[in-house]
Design a protein around this ligand. Structure first.
Ligand SMILES: CCCCC/C=C\C/C=C\C=C\CC(=O)SCCNC(=O)CCNC(=O)[C@H](O)C(C)(C)COP(=O)(O)OP(=O)(O)OC[C@H]1O[C@@H](n2cnc3c(N)ncnc32)[C@H](O)[C@@H]1OP(=O)(O)O
Length: 281
């Protein structure tokens, strides 16, 4: 394994980091030698849109962290204003038949790996986090968010339906009434609103502070037996995980049927255009 000091890339307070993976281009993993916590950073400009390749790299990085006996995983973004824009709409708009199957299957794999991770997980949400971005953050056990950003499962606003496992993820954090209402509305929460409803656990004023708060959360498990902790987590999450495991193929087929509906394709096209127009103004 390659061991590189990355002192120039980490806060001064950090003593030393092992750079575990550099082969992947769209994610990096750095393990703090002192705390044993791995920081997994998404790095796909311009908006960390979750395309097939970023999802593959995410899964590889999660597996790397699981296999490396890290004490915890912090998910964050290299972009200073965007955690992740969610699924890359270009994967779903006028899709290639084979690729879109691989894409959705890979998204399922990432969720199973992250939501079911045996290590403690936290998200340092250092930017906007709509839809699939929110799903990733919500799959972690703890969330710290920077002010003046937005987060939420906004699928209905795009004319699409969040599948059951997106809903289960929301329900693992939010009271049922709040989860149902905000999913139906496709509501995006400001940082402060997200804190109020419990979608995020803390607010931090900088990325460094967010990472430190996530590390503090992970440190709360330092004296807990790791096997007891991970089996307890598994028991809490196993029904949700098992449901997708059992229905993976049907879930894929439902997604393909839905996404290929002419009305859905039309809606995605209009939404993409509106994003592009907005970025030109
Ligand atoms: C019952 C059966 C159920 C079956 C299941 C069926 C269906 C489920 C299917 C799908 C589930 C999908 C979940 C998703 O994740 S969909 C994606 C939702 N994402 C969004 O709505 C976010 C859209 N983006 C934004 O709001 C902003 O871009 C953002 C706040 C993230 C950043 O704003 P900023 O001003 O900094 O940047 P922009 O100028 O807007 O964007 C720059 C550039 O990036 C392009 N872009 C942005 N987001 C996306 C995206 N998600 N996918 C692809 N491309 C994106 C944007 O168009 C600009 O491009 P360009 O003009 O520079 O070329």
């Amino acid at each position: 394994m390659m061991r590189t000091k990355l002192l120039s890339l980490v806060p001064r307070a950090t003593v030393a980091c092992r750079h575990m993976s550099s082969a992947t281009k769209l994610t990096t993993v750095e393990v703090n030698d002192k705390t044993g916590i791995a920081t997994l950073t998404m790095n796909r400009p311009p908006v960390n849109g979750l395309n097939l390749e970023l999802l593959r790299d995410l899964q590889q990085s999660i597996e790397e962290i699981e296999g490396n006996k890290s004490c915890g995983l912090i998910l964050t973004s290299s972009n200073p204003t965007i955690f992740s824009a969610g699924l890359d709409i270009l994967e779903m708009y006028k899709p290639d038949k084979e690729r879109i199957r691989a894409f959705w299957t890979q998204l399922q794999d990432v969720w199973l790996a992250l939501y079911g991770s045996s290590v403690p997980t936290a998200a340092a949400i250092n930017g906007h986090s709509p839809a699939g971005g929110c799903l990733l953050a919500a799959s972690c056990e703890y969330r710290v968010m920077l002010p003046k950003f937005t987060i939420g499962l906004n699928e209905t606003q795009l004319g699409i339906v969040a599948p059951q496992w997106f809903m289960s993820t929301y329900l693992s954090i939010l009271p049922r009434r709040e989860a149902e209402r905000s999913l139906n509305q496709g509501r995006m929460f400001t940082t402060e609103e997200a804190l109020r409803v419990g979608l995020v656990d803390e607010i931090a004023s900088s990325k460094e502070e967010a990472l430190a708060k996530c590390a503090d959360f992970i440190a709360t498990f330092a004296k807990v037996n790791p096997l007891a902790r991970s089996l307890t987590k598994q028991q809490f999450r196993s029904a949700d995980l098992q449901q997708l495991e059992n229905e993976r193929v049907q879930d894929l087929e439902k997604f393909l049927f839905f996404i290929n509906q002419p009305a859905v394709q039309k809606g995605l096209g209009i939404y993409l255009e509106s994003l592009k127009k907005k970025s030109k103004n």
